[in-house]
Design a binder for this molecule. Structure first.
Ligand SMILES: C[S@@+](CC[C@H](N)C(=O)[O-])C[C@H]1O[C@@H](n2cnc3c(N)ncnc32)[C@H](O)[C@@H]1O
Length: 198
């Protein structure tokens, strides 16, 4: 099987360009204390821009060359599949999955795993190409031709996966190509996060 991302790692950040940091900060409700997980975070192209806005950042990915780039940005880089993370329950206050969910082997399993490692009261933000757009369907076809084994889901289906995993979820924003979906894990009764919910 072709390891597309390890091949692309040397030029990845230059080709993709910087993220929409302002939007991500707003949707993630940053700055905040605590730990942020960037799952399928690759080179840390996105979370590298969030340094100083959270207590700490961990990038997980399967591609070692991508993770090596993240490490050079001062991020903690861990080789691990999104579907089975080597962290205890409730380890993270915030989680992002940017442009990566459709590359994971099991999208439902990965979202359930994010819910497990998210702290009560924590937030998951997924940014994905919006499959309702024709342009995204063309990308999905191109990725199939490139044998990338991608599986795209429309935003509502991602909302459904988050709800099945016990989060309250909604489509928080869209543009002409992408959708941002947020999932909030219920806080523990009596906690500040719980009081904000009720
Ligand atoms: C399109 S890149 C996005 C990287 C980063 N989130 C960004 O926006 O720059 C997708 C990443 O998902 C990673 N990936 C694919 N399958 C994975 C899995 N099952 N678990 C963790 N990472 C995975 C790839 O190695 C790749 O780095």
């Amino acid at each position: 099987m072709i390891d597309h991302f390890s091949i692309a790692a040397p030029v990845y950040d230059r080709v993709l360009g910087p993220p929409d940091t302002r939007r991500i900060l707003r949707l993630l409700r940053l700055p905040a204390r605590g730990m942020l997980l960037d799952a399928g975070g690759g080179t840390g192209r996105v979370s590298g821009h969030l340094q100083g806005r959270v207590g700490g950042i961990v990038v997980t990915d399967l591609s070692r060359p991508m993770l090596e780039k993240a490490r050079r940005k001062g991020l903690t880089a861990v080789s691990a599949p999104a579907e089975c993370l080597p962290f205890p329950d409730g380890s993270f206050d915030r989680i992002i999955i940017v442009d990566a969910l459709h590359h994971f082997r099991c999208q439902h399993g990965a979202i359930a795993e994010m819910s497990r490692v998210l702290k009560p009261g924590g937030r998951l933000l997924v940014e994905e190409p919006d499959l309702r757009r024709m342009s995204v369907r063309a990308v999905a076809l191109a990725e199939r031709l490139l044998r990338m084994d991608s599986r795209f889901y429309p935003p509502d289906a991602i909302v459904g996966m988050m709800r099945q995993s016990g989060m309250s979820a909604s489509v928080a924003a869209t543009d002409i190509f992408r959708a941002w979906i947020t999932g909030d894990k219920p806080g523990q009764p009596g906690s500040e996060a719980y009081r904000r919910q009720v």
